[in-house]
Design a binder for this molecule. Sequence first.
Ligand code: NIG
Ligand code: FE
Length: 417
Amino acid sequence: MSVDTLITNIGQLLTMDKKGPVKGSAMNELPVLENQAIGIKDGKIEWIGASKDAGDLKAEKKIDAGGKLVTPGLVEAHTHLVFGGSREEEMALKQQGIPYLEILKRGGGILATVNATRKASFEELLKKALFHLDRMAMHGITTVEAKSGYGLDKETELKQLRIAKAAGEQHPLDLVSTFLGAHAIPPEYKQDPEAFLDQMSELFEAIKAENLAAFVDIFTETGVFSVEQSRRYLQKAKDKGFGVKIHADEIDPLGGTELAVEMGAISGDHLAVASDAGIKALAASDTVGVILPGTSFYLGKDMYSRARGMVDAGAAVAISTDFNPGSSVTENLQLIMSIAALKLKLSPAEIWHAVTVNAAHAIGKGDVAGSIARGRKADVVIWDAANYMYIPYHYGVNHAKTVIKNGVVLYERQMIR
Ligand code: NIG
Ligand code: FE
């Protein structure tokens, strides 16, 4: 048998080849294969076996993994990828104790980014999105979800979605797009959020026609959209054939987690202040809880999502950066894995499920991303680590050594000596 690329001498291999989403205690069951090799052909996984048996394979290119850890490319299930400008001045406001929702109320926060995004050109925003995708890839991510939501008018929301589509076409990473037109109430609709939601739902048709998004999302939060408004809006989206997601129970416990389950959402995201009833409902459902502990950290909260309780109750949990210019400004999902260990008390095994197979399911890509298996896309990371526990343990730095997407080496880290 011949392959294009052969990765040999893999110390630990996590294939994550499980039927997902993986729920509850099964998230802690992590098969680890040792001394393995992987053959890649035409961008796909062709062969997986013991390193000692790989000698029979002819390979054009050989990569020696040096006894290190190899995993599937990470799946980033929740980002606000396309936006103009940045908001570093908000850090000082936060230090003065001004809450996130108060900054938004004053026209800052999300609305500041809306202004910058409306002003920026297509090319400018595309270039910036591609830059962030590069950085994600360099950190071992091979599939990314991207939300709109910094347009809040028909024209700019479509512009954002078209930029995400162009970015997905131009960048080697796979991109899944979500329409988050219902991200905040723009000043021009302050008195009439219902009319604003009507405007946004009028876009569903065009978004479908241009194939601009797979999912529709809404920010269900105090001062933004109520549970009732969210239910009606998401029902319209479902009627048009979209999958749905919710920014739920991020700051105030409104019952967004329960709503996500009730609506059959593919994911309920944040869930930082989910109620006991919400956690119970989540555990009994197929909705994936996408937990974003970097946001709690970055907003300076003491309260983190009860992800531990969710997993103990039997739910499927994913972990993501929530990359955006306000509440979580990082492309480094490895850092979020450390925060998940330290603040959510998830085990390394649970965390690996949360950033691969479960994250893939949270964005409807469970059958193509998040695992290493014969016939699947060859999205593979060789890490500068001997074992899987090391990544959350050694925090805040990039451990990705070689990042392979569709069988092609995208990134190879270089040291100074
Ligand atoms: O997921 N919660 C709403 N949206 C983002 C923050 C967006 C921003 O601050 O720009 C979030 O935290
Ligand atoms: Fe978000």
